[in-house]
Design a protein around this ligand. Sequence first.
Ligand code: BJW
Ligand code: ZN
Length: 247
Amino acid sequence: MLSNALKNKLKHAEKIVFFTGAGISAESGVSTFRGEDGIWKKFKPEELASFQAFMKNADMVWEWYQYRRKIIHDVAPNAAHLAITEFQKYFPSVVVVTQNIDNLHTRAGNSEVYELHGNIERNYCSSCKTRYDFLEFTDKKVPRCSCGGMIRPDVVWFGESLPVDQLEAGELAAETCDVLFSVGTSSIVYPAAYIPLQAKKAGKYVVEVNLTRTEQSDYFDELITGKAGEVLPAILEEIKKFRKPLS
Ligand code: BJW
Ligand code: ZN
């Protein structure tokens, strides 16, 4: 499972970064975006994940997020999320930089998580920016703020800027880690997809974990092909053979 080079890096590593995408949540039952069962085989992204789409058909976009909220609420972190949490027992610093909005890393118990594309559990008013977090919205129609503005999910749509604090923290983690694992992402959505490339540019060891090659595979040190929920626990088991838990 572990190449000699990766084993050697992990033996001496202090800081591990996991850069994650929809594939890490697939085994929990959350659809990916562009896979065979991907959400966007059924819906066109530009029809749903942009502010223009929201302005044009707010109720439909809102209903789509309500549908996904329900799925995400009902699923649980899988073996991949839990393995990352367990990495925290073996390395002084474990940082998760995720494109996912499903909150599963935090629910799995990871203590340092940066969310580049927001979090579906939060909402805010598209006019006055008042936050409406963790509210139960039952109506199918888009809810309204007291100012009259439409409430939207706190996620990053195409053409929108990523939260600067989360992006900067993710970039810093990538540039200062020993090993970065890029897990379950097609690596085609920017600027998030620059993160593993930044780690590589800074001379860090970058490992991709995916079912298939991606557009970035050629740039990384290695690709481990397989399901995240099988590969990450297997790597952890290897680590336990040569690292002691932190006291
Ligand atoms: C498994 C597995 C298993 C499955 N185990 N693996 C160059 C630089 C900068 C920006 C751009 C650029 N070129 C173009 C842009 C613009 C655009 C962009 O990147 N477009 C590309 C599609 C071309 N970017 C933006 O618009 C971003 N903002 C921005 O650039 O702001 C500056 C700006 C402002 C104003 C004008 C212009 C620019 C914002 C991007 C926001 C993305 N938002 C979404 C939706 C979030 C909300 C929601 O969930 O509804 O984020 S899109 C969607 O894609 C979502 C994801 O986070 C993101 C990435 O997808 P991900 O996670 O990689 O999933 P998949 O499905 O693609 O891949 C899954 C992978 O898992 C596959 O590889 C499988 O093989 C694998 N897998 N099962 C292991 N069990
Ligand atoms: Zn408002």
